[in-house]
Design a protein. Structure first.
Length: 345
């Protein structure tokens, strides 16, 4: 979900935002704290939206038993219709069941006007294709099964968003921020409906394939492991069809979409909690570590940043990873909470 254009009212009506305000958890706290840190200009809208939610959920008289029972039966029926299978139960859908358990009490606590508006919005929105968003915290990988049975390996510190209902004949659309590996199912019964990934201004279009998409630091990389994908971007006039074993990099200053030959296994090793590098500068290694683990790496001497590194690092154990780097470059690494300093011995 792209919250950058949201107003206070939009936030107040958003399920995931409501969940954070009403049912805060370590995971949704982390998501919204990071989002606010990146978008401080939205602080005022966030505070107004919180006040709206607090006002709506003030205590008030209860519905009578017949009204409560009827409302609860309708909600349960709607909820069953919306359920979908997800491999990892720890993922964070915008709509969660526990929100509905208190709904009958919430409905009773608002004024008649607000109550009627809320119920109208509730039943109207359930007829629509609501957006579902999954976010991974630092250091954690999730495996998701999409409505068409395609699988997504969502890397740490990443967000995947898509519609909760996929029509049998319509194309399939997802939006990615961060990094993910896709195993797309080709649906012959759907008229070969296309699967599209939107990421940082780049559109990846496939029928059935395995590929990795990286979208961080204003750069998008697509690595094709199996099958065929087609790329397009607003700045380009044509489309590029990739072959297995190719990489295409897209940035605001480099929109050529030119494929290069690579070893695709180097770019999907993170699925097994591994980072593979081939003569990469230490600064690039450090940035990859920062993206996946909640660490900030600093260099006492900037000359360290260009030192080349070739090898595979396991980020399953951050302390062991840092030990490997220390021995590889014969430098001292000091850790203070989440800040890592590379300096001379």
């Amino acid at each position: 979900m792209d919250y950058k254009e949201f107003s206070a009212n939009d936030f107040a009506l958003d399920h995931y935002f409501n969940e954070w305000v009403r049912f805060p958890t370590p995971e949704n706290n982390q998501f919204w704290e990071l989002w606010l840190a990146e978008h401080p200009e939205k602080k005022e809208e966030i505070e107004i939206a919180r006040e709206i939610i607090y006002t709506i959920y003030l205590p008030a008289p209860q519905l009578d038993s017949d009204q409560s029972r009827q409302l609860w039966e309708n909600i349960q029926r709607r909820n069953r219709e919306e359920e979908q299978v997800i491999d990892d139960t720890r993922v964070l859908p915008i709509i969660r069941k526990r929100e509905w358990f208190g709904f009958q009490y919430v409905a009773a606590s608002i004024t008649l006007l607000i109550g009627l508006s809320a119920l109208f919005w509730f039943y109207s929105s359930n007829k629509e294709n609501k957006m579902v968003s999954y976010h991974t915290p630092f250091g954690e990988i999730k495996i998701l099964t999409l409505p068409d049975s395609s699988k997504v390996f969502l890397n740490a510190n990443s967000t995947l968003t898509f519609g909760s209902k996929w029509d049998e004949s319509a194309d399939r659309e997802v939006t990615l921020k961060g990094e993910a590996f896709f195993e797309v199912t080709r649906k012959h019964g759907r008229g070969d409906a296309k699967f599209r990934v939107h990421s940082g201004g780049l559109r990846v279009e496939v029928l059935g394939t395995q590929f990795n998409v990286y979208n961080r630091h204003e750069k998008v990389q697509v690595v094709l492991e199996e099958g065929s994908v087609q790329l397009s971007a607003p700045e380009t006039n044509g489309k590029v069809r990739m072959k297995p074993g190719e990489l295409v990099e897209y940035t605001a200053s480099n929109t050529g979409l030119i494929p290069t030959q690579i070893d695709p296994s180097r770019y999907s090793g993170w699925i097994k909690h591994e980072l593979a590098f081939d003569d990469a500068p230490l600064m690039e290694v450090a940035r990859s570590i920062e993206d996946i683990l909640n660490l900030k790496i600093k260099f006492e001497d900037n000359s360290y940043q260009v030192l080349p590194f070739t090898g595979t690092l396991s980020f399953a154990n951050p302390d062991e990873l840092l030990t490997v780097l220390s021995k590889s470059f014969n430098i001292k690494i000091t850790r203070s909470e989440n800040v890592i300093l590379f300096h001379k011995k």
